[in-house]
Design a protein. Structure first.
Length: 213
């Protein structure tokens, strides 16, 4: 009854175009986003991680969708992003070579403010669809850093330094790990998380992101 009343007062609408749609993403806009999909894999040198897999370029419609997912209580979009990753056969083949998925954690204060960790929600869906264990109990963020998007390249590196902590080294020793984040810009967050994981004995790291800027 409550759901009926809420839908009557606040009818569900597409989070891209605003058209009424019970799935919150209308078929037309969903197809527009799907056409932008790239699913590219970059081999990385001179970093603590070996590969970068990104689903989209961070621009136009995709940028709008991700920002709304993160900051406008559109947590249900985790299903869309996870499905786009998991339904790609090449992605499946690559990701299933890894032992676990670790979502980049949020500091507890930001988590309380936002109410959910967008990367954790996607990781949870990928665990269900691909059968790769999602571990949110290994990597924690112990410093409440300034939001990376507000900073330039060098400032991002210093801002994120020593912000992450491994809770159990033995859990990652000799493991192949998927590190899941939302947006890849300078790679500072990916590098710092990977450094901590490699110091704990991780064998190989693939950084998986929704979009690359």
């Amino acid at each position: 009854m409550l759901e009926f009343v809420l839908n009557f007062l606040f009818p569900p609408a597409c989070c891209v175009c605003g058209k009424l749609d019970r799935n919150w993403l209308c078929p037309k806009c969903e197809k527009r986003v799907e056409r932008l999909e790239k699913s590219c894999v970059d081999q990385i040198e001179n970093k603590k991680y070996e590969k970068l897999l990104y689903l989209f370029q961070y621009e136009s419609l995709v940028r709008k969708l991700i920002l709304r997912y993160k900051f406008s209580n559109k947590a249900y979009l985790n299903h869309f992003f996870a499905n786009r990753i998991a339904q790609n056969e090449k992605n499946q083949e690559l990701l299933k070579q890894y032992d676990m998925i670790i979502p980049v954690p949020m500091h507890k204060k930001k988590m309380q403010k936002r109410g959910y960790n967008q990367t954790e929600l996607v990781a949870n869906e990928l665990e269900k669809s691909l059968g790769i264990p999602m571990r949110k109990d290994i990597l924690s963020k112990v410093v409440n850093t300034t939001t990376q998007s507000k900073l330039g390249g060098k400032a991002r590196q210093s801002n994120i330094q020593h912000a992450f902590f491994i809770q159990n080294d033995s859990e990652v020793e000799d493991k192949k790990i998927i590190l899941l984040d939302d947006i890849y810009t300078t790679g500072a967050t990916s590098e710092e998380c990977s450094r901590v994981l490699k110091d704990a004995g991780a064998r190989e790291i693939l950084v998986l992101v929704l979009a690359k800027d």
